[in-house]
Design a protein around this ligand. Structure first.
Ligand code: TYD
Length: 134
């Protein structure tokens, strides 16, 4: 089974252009109450981000512009996916190591989070992450 859980949002594009509606719910929707939104943009060339897992936080990442590559790692295997479709969000569950690479110059990565920011929820040490999932 793939580590990447995609959510296909409702796309309401017409001859004027594109519009995506993101809702909370079960079908084609964010499966948690959103308590925080942040976005990553103007990432400098060659920069990678992430390199952590979360104990409880769940997130959905949507590339509203541009693209980046996400590496997901559940402690047993790794999967590489491109975030390059603004109508598709990637659900990143708790206890999933993530890294982001190869940001395009125009990339704006919108992230919807299930909890407020809490540094105590981060696992930034890979060995500690492995010990937590194995
Ligand atoms: P960081 O966790 O390093 O981002 P990434 O995992 O994408 O590499 O976050 C950068 C800084 O911003 C760090 O000092 C923590 C802070 N921050 C907040 O204050 N609130 C937030 O919601 C996020 C995501 C980060």
């Amino acid at each position: 089974m793939s580590l990447a859980k995609w959510i296909d949002f409702q796309s309401l594009g017409d001859e004027r252009g594109s519009l995506v509606a993101v809702e909370i719910g079960q079908e084609k929707a964010v499966p948690f109450a959103i308590r925080r939104v942040y976005y990553i943009y103007r990432t400098e060339p060659g920069i990678s981000r992430g390199f952590h897992a979360h104990k409880a936080l769940r997130q959905v990442a949507i590339p509203v512009a541009g693209r980046c590559r996400m590496v997901l790692d559940d402690g047993f295997r790794q999967e590489d996916v491109w975030l390059d479709n603004p109508t598709r969000g990637l659900l990143i569950d708790s206890m999933m190591w993530r890294e982001m690479h190869d940001f395009s110059k125009d990339c704006v990565l919108l992230v919807l989070a299930s909890e407020h920011y809490d540094e105590g929820d981060y696992i930034r040490d890979y060995e500690q992450f492995l010990a937590g999932v194995r």
